[in-house]
Design a protein. Structure first.
Length: 216
């Protein structure tokens, strides 16, 4: 079965541009939100004058994933593991009123202790920032790689992956880095995947499908 997944890191008001484009095409993605950005004064820095109600509305229909509270490199700050995994999850669940199952390691950096902490915190899967253009489906759902990272040249790379018949394509990036030209490329990328019959969904939906849990 062919499937595409997308994810955006950090949490920013530009996330809503991606969510709008995806929602208009009946697609989903995972938005890994740094929980500390949902509290003053950082909320104003990343979401402008939008309050929590507008932020929740902006992510309607999308999966929210954990990305820490302060976006620390966890292997360098092991004393913050509970804060960055357990507390982050609880804060996001309080804000969004739904279970948080997915996690993305800040900067993609992790070790065995970090992975164990993420699992113990109740997340069911986690994404790295490792690039594996050949096969991002591996046996360890706590080290989910990406097929490609968003860049202006990404459309050509994506088309090569489609032409190669990859079963799973995962695109990751940071919406806050997108320029106006990048949003046009993003729209074309979504179109290319859908024309090639790749449904675009969240990481959570992907892992439920992979484990046979969909529909249960």
């Amino acid at each position: 079965m062919k499937i595409a997944t997308m994810s955006f890191d950090d949490g920013h008001m530009k996330d809503f541009n991606a969510a709008c484009i995806l929602g208009a095409n009946e697609c989903q993605a995972t938005f890994y939100v740094t929980a500390g950005r949902l509290e003053p004064p950082r909320m104003e820095e990343y979401y402008g004058v939008l309050g929590l109600d507008r932020i929740r509305e902006g992510y309607t229909g999308m999966e929210i994933g954990g990305h820490g509270v302060a976006h620390y490199i966890l292997v360098e700050r092991p004393e913050t593991l509970e804060l960055e995994t357990v507390t982050a999850r609880r804060r996001l669940e309080t804000v969004f009123g739904r279970p948080i199952e997915s996690f993305a390691y800040p900067y993609g950096i992790r070790d065995k202790r970090t992975i164990a902490a993420v699992r113990a915190a109740g997340y069911t899967h986690a994404r790295t920032y490792d690039v594996d253009p050949g096969n991002v489906v591996n046996a360890n759902r706590y080290e989910h790689a990406v097929t490609l990272k968003f860049a202006p040249s990404m459309l050509d790379t994506l088309r090569r992956c489609i032409d190669a018949g990859h079963e799973h394509i995962h695109v990751a990036g940071h919406a806050w880095q997108f320029s106006s030209d990048d949003w046009e490329i993003f729209k074309r990328m979504v179109e290319a995947l859908l024309v090639a019959n790749y449904p675009i969904t969240s990481n959570g939906s992907f892992w439920r499908l992979a484990s046979g849990e969909a529909g249960r």
